[in-house]
Design a protein around this ligand. Sequence first.
Ligand code: NAD
Ligand code: UDP
Length: 310
Amino acid sequence: MSRILVTGAAGFLGSHLCDQLLADGHEVIGMDNRVSGQTENLGDAFDHKNFSFHEHDVTEFIHVSGDLDAVLHLASLASPVFYREHPIKTLKVGALGTHKTLGLAKEKDATYLFTSTSEVYGDPEVNPQPEDYRGNVDPYGPRSCYDESKRYGESLVRAYRDEHDLDVRVARIFNTYGPRMRLDDGRVIPNFAKQALTGKDLTVYGDGEQTRSFCYVSDMIDGLVALLESDVQEPVNVGNSDERTINQLAELVIDVTDSVSGITHEELPPQDPQVRRPDISKARSELGWEPDVSLRDGLRQSIEYFESRV
Ligand code: NAD
Ligand code: UDP
């Protein structure tokens, strides 16, 4: 049994990761300041004797007593709607929060996992994106608070590895969805699900021909755990390579919900990436991992959850 700190524990991915680690027999300390997360996501974890929760902003000094075997840093604003509302908080959690959690991992001699993002590739000029693609990011653009905070975070992780010999992992997460996403999260799947379930038109931004590749949460958690358990210290893409246009996604959500909703087009947010699809060869060969939940099945399970919330 290991003792593991998870930051961003009250969020969508953090709460599922806590549940999985507890089920695997570990002791888990969850940390979150609830800026976008909700403690109700931790309902199952709170029932577990090996779970404790610290309400704390990880941009401030972090004190955890006792040993730690791993520090998993998931805290961040993650939805484009939220991070554009809170650009300074986003930059601070990616920079200062990563610094504080790395310092803690060094102090405890713990393995460190950083949840980076496909956004380090920006609006990519190559598709799919392999890990050695360096990206196309605007440092002064409307999404830069998020993209650059994660690029800086990766660089800081690399520096702690080189200077302090810290045992590090970097997951470049691609669009992930599932139960426990907030209905008002603003990301495309909760938006479409809420609209389809309430008979409103689905709001497709732009012409809807931009693509994303959606990974179901259970696959993502398996991928993150496989990465943690590996010895791969270089960034690894974790995501599903099943690429769809946003128009196709809208039609699928209407179909799965059996909805009467139509589709309306709204203005495309500035610098919205045109394509996004992970090259997951490295995850396949080095982690022995690949996703296996289809978009249709994952949407069905997510919509069951969203239905209970609308
Ligand atoms: P989320 O918003 O549901 O969870 C993030 C959590 O971090 C929230 O509970 C929030 O309250 C917490 N947090 C933010 N700032 C904090 C701070 N200063 N101190 C303490 N807690 C803080 O987002 P998510 O989708 O679960 O994302 C988890 C991680 O995965 C993030 O780092 C995100 O950037 C990364 N990621 C997610 C996706 C995805 O599609 N879900 C894609 C790429 C990367
Ligand atoms: N999108 C959309 N309608 C919505 C919300 C999002 O068409 O109601 C589009 C958005 O412009 C982007 C894609 O869906 O092209 C994915 O957006 P999301 O905010 O989920 O994440 P991103 O991948 O852009 O970070």
